[in-house]
Write a protein that binds this ligand. Structure first.
Ligand SMILES: Nc1ncnc2c1ncn2[C@@H]1O[C@H](COP(=O)(O)OP(=O)(O)OP(=O)(O)O)[C@@H](O)[C@H]1O
Ligand SMILES: [Mg+2]
Length: 408
């Protein structure tokens, strides 16, 4: 299958590969999914390359088996607090003979907007155009063909630490994969779960993972703010492990089975069985005791997110509210906790507009990998070399070009 596309999400708790292709009517069709525990990352950043390589290989092989095809190229996402988003503007004169804006003027003005000082240890990952101003006319989405003498572009630039990007490249090389594109993580999740209307109206996408929470805000169809927080579901599990004096593994199971983010959603008489450390017998406890441990952490997490929404200066404009996704959003009561803190409508984001094995990827923990697949289908990033895993890795730097992004 030459037209295969692969989304690879290397998360703090799991690595997930989703193989698919362009189905009828241009939608992404999911053909295979592989998931493996991640052990080489901390707060979204690779800290152990060998462990990361092992989990990539495992996830990819499982997905290949399910899809019945071998793959060589992947689209991969990147997160971590080293990623920074900032807005910038550029202006150029429309100097061609008939003073008409063409793609060449668009390229020039976006180049001009990227002329910000980037430290040597950072790289530009994306330059996302928001809107243009032609002479005095503001808020123009596509100025090609318009007449004018002055063209201004507003862009959102996302940069990341060169060494973290390099480590991602090394892990892919080690797993024998080529990278066809790299996407800032919440842009991939947004691709999976948001509608075009929401992006137009104003929406915040929040991907709550294991070790990071990624935020991206869309307004008038473009990205206006992005941020990464080093907090996620792992912190909740740690609190439960300490609070209930139970091993991490059991704390994780208890969280998924009985956890709730909001105390008043839990019946006061309900009890749960908690395994103890060592040989001691399991004990019964009120479920509300568990919620009392979880609630303050979830409220703290929501307050940190709310702080980012306020910092963007766009919170009042989010007519479509907040969409939460990622594995951390699966905790019972998370939508309610978020609504109480943000004072905005909140919904859980699940993958939309996909076909094939859509039930397999129905959970929000797949949003990121499926978003990469959807983006790959839309942008035509098809697998060029099947079995490339046996070949050498092509220059990662080449694929990490400065994006003048027309697709995001
Ligand atoms: N049913 C559930 N209830 C509560 N929490 C859950 C549930 N399922 C998964 N989680 C939590 O979701 C988190 C993992 O989410 P996800 O898979 O999106 O993270 P990741 O991509 O590995 O990490 P990151 O994005 O931070 O790098 C874990 O902390 C896990 O405990
Ligand atoms: Mg994630």
């Amino acid at each position: 299958m030459e037209d295969v596309i692969v989304g690879l999400d290397i998360g703090t708790t799991k690595t997930c590969a989703v193989i698919g292709f362009m189905g009828e009517s241009g939608t992404a069709e999911v053909a295979g999914v592989g998931i493996a525990p991640s052990r080489g990352l901390k707060n979204g950043v690779i800290v152990n390359i060998d462990s990361t390589i092992s989990s990539i290989i495992k996830a990819v092989e499982d997905a290949e088996l399910m899809a019945g095809t071998e793959i060589g190229n992947v689209l991969v996402s990147i997160t971590g607090q080293h990623l920074k988003g900032e807005n910038s503007k550029g202006v150029v004169a429309v100097s061609n003979r008939n003073r008409t804006i063409t793609h060449s003027e668009i390229r020039r003005v976006i180049e001009a907007a990227q002329a910000v000082v980037i430290p040597a240890d950072r790289e530009i990952l994306h330059v996302l155009s928001k809107e243009f101003t032609v002479d005095d006319q503001i808020g123009i989405k596509d100025p090609v063909g318009m007449s004018g003498v002055r063209l201004e572009a507003e862009v959102h630039i996302i940069t990341g630490s060169a060494s973290s990007i390099n480590n991602l490249s090394k892990a892919l090389v080690g797993a024998g994969l080529q990278c066809s594109d790299i996407l800032f993580s919440p842009l991939a999740s947004a691709e999976a779960v948001l509608s075009a209307d929401e992006k137009e109206l104003g929406v915040a996408l929040v991907d709550i993972g294991g070790g990071t929470t990624d935020i991206v805000i869309y307004l008038d169809g473009g990205v206006t703010y992005s941020s990464v927080l080093s907090i996620g579901g792992i912190h909740v599990t740690n609190d439960i492990s300490i609070g209930l004096r139970t091993p991490q593994d059991s704390a994780e199971v208890i969280k998924k089975k009985y956890g709730c983010a909001v105390l008043d959603l839990v019946d006061a008489s309900e009890t749960i069985e908690v395994p103890s450390v060592g040989d001691r017998a399991p004990r019964r406890q009120y479920r509300q005791e568990l919620t009392q441990i979880i609630e303050p952490r979830m409220i703290e997490m929501m307050e940190m997110i709310d702080h980012e929404l306020l910092k963007s200066g766009k919170k009042d404009l989010l007519a479509a509210g907040v969409v939460i996704t990622g594995g951390g959003s699966m905790l019972d009561g998370t939508v309610e906790a978020a609504e109480r803190v943000f004072n905005l409508p909140v919904r859980t984001g699940l993958c939309r507009d996909i076909t094939g094995l859509k039930d397999v990827v129905a959970s929000p923990q797949y949003s990121n990998a499926v978003g990469l697949l959807k983006y790959g289908v839309r942008a035509g990033r098809f697998n060029t070399k099947i079995k490339a895993r046996k070949n050498n890795f092509s220059s990662f730097g080449q694929s990490l070009k400065r994006w003048i992004e027309e697709y995001l």
